[in-house]
Design a protein around this ligand. Structure first.
Ligand code: HEM
Length: 429
């Protein structure tokens, strides 16, 4: 490979005016697979977007986020302002670090105990009836994250976040960005939902700030309010960022876990046997659930909800041998990296064993369900905890029937989800 910096990688020309967008929207995964087979590990999607498949290059992109690249994207097209983006990232990172440091084991443990009750409540609401599993898991993760962030003040927040994400979805699900000034109902709804979320969070922050501080932090809000120098705006932004980021993604992962366990009875038995060693109301440490955790890791490899991610260049720069201008986008797909036979043995097969055998350690940079670098998912540990415990409680206390599960295929939309997956849940005797 030449070390000389080229201008742009090659790529398909596409159609006049619309470029590759129509073909891509018709079959997103098919398009990416075909194009990478033809053009290799880096190709141009259009004049401002390149797509990268090489794990080390993706890792470099992620590691250089906040410096040369921005991870911010907006549901509507706004004027890109690199300086503003850098300032926003600085405020966000300060709040993020404070939240991360303050979330000690005791806070996570207190949340985990409440999590069991939230999971049970969510399942019991529809016991015995066929339910849309993704909707059910969204309800669970909305409650779980609101509890984690706001503890006793979580009431009403899951509904506000559900409305906010529903208003974002039609805008961000499209390959085209809608200009913010467009007099559109969708944009007006998005703005209303965003403002309602901000007002709801601010009201809760002010109410809590007026109370005497508790001896022990109960939730993220207690943690953040105890950090000197953090502004109300920073606390509000971090809580909003977490509530939005932790709504659909863990729900999609949990839905894939239920789908996997109902289509693979052998794995259900394995997880249920491990779970049977604990009583149904326990909160075992993750170290006591290696089989369950391995299934969750493998689900996240095969079905990473954030199947496509990107960064925006903040300044003229290069990535590998490729030159980038400010506002150029670099996209990559954890899904395709996770299924690349160059990095994984039997990449399309579900083998939880690969996470239990040290000899099968994945190749460096080839496992990215939570991203990487300075903007790696802030909820990596919490997400693993929620998913593993929810799977444990499911296998310990319930039976699931999903006769049509094999008919739900993957949908590569905003998130990767199984289409129309329904199941009914029963308490096991
Ligand atoms: C299965 C569970 C989850 C998965 C697979 C997941 C995945 C991801 C991914 C891929 C990113 C983008 C990372 C990047 O750009 O490099 C992300 C960001 C984020 N996630 Fe998660 N996530 C999960 C659960 C959670 C939970 C429970 C929380 C709550 C604390 C959370 C909060 C966030 C936040 C706030 C960000 C933005 C971080 C930043 O830009 O600094 N996530 N997540």
């Amino acid at each position: 490979m030449s070390t000389k910096t080229s201008l742009r990688p090659p790529g398909p020309k596409g159609r006049l005016l619309v470029g590759n967008t129509v073909e891509y929207d018709r079959d997103r995964m098919g398009f990416l697979r075909r194009t990478s087979a033809e053009y290799g590990d880096v190709f141009s999607f259009d004049s401002r977007t390149i797509v990268v498949f090489e794990p080390d290059l993706v890792h470099e992109l992620l590691a250089r986020t906040n410096g040369d690249f921005s991870s911010e994207s907006s549901a509507v097209a706004t004027r890109f302002d690199a300086e503003r983006s850098a300032e926003d990232a600085e405020l966000w990172m300060a709040a993020r670090r404070a939240g991360w440091r303050g979330l000690n084991r005791a806070t996570a443990q207190a949340h985990a105990i409440r999590l069991g009750a939230l999971f049970e409540r969510t399942i019991e609401e529809t016991l015995g009836q066929p339910v849309d599993v993704l909707a059910m898991m969204k309800s669970f993760s909305g409650r779980a994250t609101a509890d984690f962030c706001l503890g006793p003040d979580a009431g009403g927040m899951p509904e506000v976040i559900a409305e906010n994400t529903a208003a974002i979805e039609p805008l961000s699900g499209s390959s085209q960005l809608f200009p913010a000034w467009l007099p559109s109902k969708r944009i007006a709804r998005f703005r209303r939902a965003r403002d309602h979320t901000l007002d709801s969070i601010t009201a809760r922050i002010r109410r809590r700030a007026a109370e005497p501080a508790p001896a022990e932090a109960r939730d993220l809000l207690d943690v953040l309010l105890a950090v000197p120098g953090l502004s109300e705006l920073q606390v509000q932004r971090l809580i909003r960022g977490i509530l939005l980021a932790a709504f659909g993604v863990p729900a999609a992962a949990m839905t894939w876990t239920v789908w996997t366990l109902t289509t693979r009875p052998d794995l259900w038995d394995r997880v249920a046997t491990e779970a049977s060693q604990w009583d149904g109301a326990s909160v075992p440490p993750l170290s006591a659930l290696p089989q369950t955790e391995a299934v969750v890791k493998e689900v996240l490899r095969l079905w990473p909800p954030t199947w496509l991610m990107g960064r925006i260049a903040l300044r003229p720069t290069t990535l590998g041998q490729w030159a980038l201008q400010p506002e150029d986008q670099v996209m990559f797909s954890p899904y395709l990296i996770h299924r690349d036979p160059r990095w994984w043995t039997d990449p399309d097969e579900m083998h939880p064993e690969r996470w239990l055998d040290p000899a099968m350690t994945p190749r460096r940079h080839s496992y990215l369900p939570f991203g990487a670098g300075p903007r790696v998912c802030v909820g990596t540990q919490l997400g693993m905890l929620q998913l593993t415990l929810a799977t444990f409680w499911l296998a310990r206390n319930y039976q699931v029937s999903a006769p049509a599960a094999a008919r739900s295929g993957p949908e590569f939309h905003n998130l990767l989800v199984p289409t129309g997956f329904t199941a009914s849940f029963q308490r096991s005797s």
